[in-house]
Design a protein around this ligand. Structure first.
Ligand SMILES: Cc1ncc(COP(=O)(O)O)c(C=O)c1O
Length: 430
């Protein structure tokens, strides 16, 4: 489909953009029928230059990367505005050196699930460092952030219990809640009155009550009002769990996350998170009381039945936690970049929603324009993510950019200039 800059933005003569939701269930005697329909859809996306996923990286994840350009088949340098590598730790010399040393000493894998023969001294050290970092009694580590959320929630909540989820909680929280067998209710985004009312109405009908909220929301970059939620939970006898995936290493004076940001460290019942974003590796964790952590070791199936993290990753994560504490300039650079970039986007007139951290949505709402903007930015060597329903609500599709401490002013200026050109061409901004 040729793109005419003059007509770009005129939605009337465009067919409705299909989304993943349209191929979720196409009832047919052949289970694979939907995969053929989906393959046709992907083909149309590729022809339109709208297939911007799985771009092949030829270099490590830094502020600038080289990709194998899907349009030209040639290597191409791009500004990376789509990673969760907030502090640049994936390639930090100390983090890499710790991993290499552990590889030599411990070999490639842990060799077993943690409860049986897979707990290395390194794993215990990481758990203890995480507990100290989060101000909790103990911590448990999982193979991924996804499996930690699923394991924590399904490990603790049962039929007869009730879970209250913010409507913008991450998919892993939704999946863990469903798997638990507990009743699941969703409250409007950060709506304290709604949560309070729901707890007042339902608490007495259920046994255990668990409220779950992202500390920093992954698609909007806003921060949860955790102190107020904690107060509501305490009043109704509910436990509070927060997911610190995008908060750890990003917010709080020392980058310790949402409780530090709100000056309530050590008070949230379960602090969960990933080790894959600012910490630069892979894995997930829960920091909580000794009793809760010990219980999870025996009842979180994604912990019990999954091999422990590789030693090299574990050693790198330990080094990453140390770097966050010993090199505060990384956090300072990230926040300098956040302030500069936010002002740039706002001055240009983009709608960045509720963003207040390193995640910047450019909310557009028209799926075709989002795809076109992603394509135009790709042409300008800026690597961004496009996000559509069902990852966000209908008519809230967006470009999602995320900042790193290692972005230079030149990276940010070039990105802002490219966004301005693409945004104007598509009528997203004036
Ligand atoms: C809020 C949130 N929680 C959990 C996860 C899952 O983490 P991981 O990628 O480490 O499995 C992610 C990201 O992917 C996330 O954004």
């Amino acid at each position: 489909m040729a793109v005419n800059a003059k007509t770009a933005g005129a939605a009337a003569d465009r067919p409705k953009e299909l989304s993943l939701a349209d191929f979720y269930n196409l009832p047919d005697p052949d289970l694979f029928a939907k995969t053929r329909a989906f393959a046709d859809f992907i083909e149309t996306q590729k022809k339109a230059g709208h297939y911007a996923v799985r771009r092949l990286l030829l270099t490590s994840c830094r502020n600038r990367v080289v990709i194998l350009d899907q349009f030209t088949g040639k290597p191409r340098e791009m500004i990376m505005m789509a990673s969760n590598n907030y502090l640049g730790l994936t390639t930090h010399p100390k983090v890499v050196a710790a991993g290499l040393a552990a590889y030599s000493k411990w070999g490639a894998g842990a060799g077993s699930v943690p409860l049986l023969a897979g707990t290395l001294e390194l794993h215990r050290e990481l758990e203890q460092k995480l507990a100290a970092f989060k101000g909790s009694e103990d911590a448990i580590i999982f193979p991924a952030g996804y499996s930690s959320n699923v394991g924590i929630i399904a490990g603790l909540a049962r039929e007869g219990d009730i879970i209250f989820n913010d409507m913008l909680n991450h998919a892993s929280i939704v999946d863990g809640s469903r798997l638990s067998g507990a009743e699941v209710k969703t409250f409007p985004h950060k709506n304290l009155e709604g949560l309070d009312r729901a707890l007042a109405r339902l608490s007495s009908k259920y046994n255990g009550k668990l409220v779950i909220v992202d500390g920093v929301f992954s698609m909007d970059g806003d921060i949860a009002p955790v102190p107020q939620m904690l107060e509501i939970c305490r009043r109704h006898g509910a436990r509070l769990m927060i997911d610190e995936a995008h908060a750890t290493g990003v917010i709080g004076e020392h980058g310790h996350g949402t409780p530090e940001h709100h000056h309530i460290e050590g008070q949230v019942d379960i602090v969960a998170g990933t080790l894959s974003k600012a910490l630069g590796g892979v894995g997930g964790f829960a920091a909580a009381s000794r009793d809760v952590v010990e219980y999870l070791r025996f009842y979180s199936r994604s912990y019990m039945f999954s091999t422990a993290l590789p030693p090299a990753v574990t050693a790198s994560l330990i080094a990453g936690l140390e770097v966050i504490d010993s090199e505060p300039q990384l956090l300072a650079s990230l926040w300098d970049n956040i302030r500069y970039f936010r002002k740039g986007l706002v001055d240009l007139g983009f709608d960045i929603g509720l963003s207040e951290t390193a995640i910047f949505p450019i909310i557009i709402g028209d799926d075709w324009k989002v795809k076109e903007m992603t394509r135009l930015l790709h042409q300008e060597a800026v690597f961004v993510n496009a996000v559509f329903y069902p990852a966000v609500a209908r008519r809230m599709s967006r470009i999602r950019l995320s900042l790193m401490a290692t972005h230079t002013r030149e990276d940010l200026d070039q990105t802002l200039a490219a966004c301005a050109r693409a945004g104007k061409k598509l009528g997203v901004i004036q």
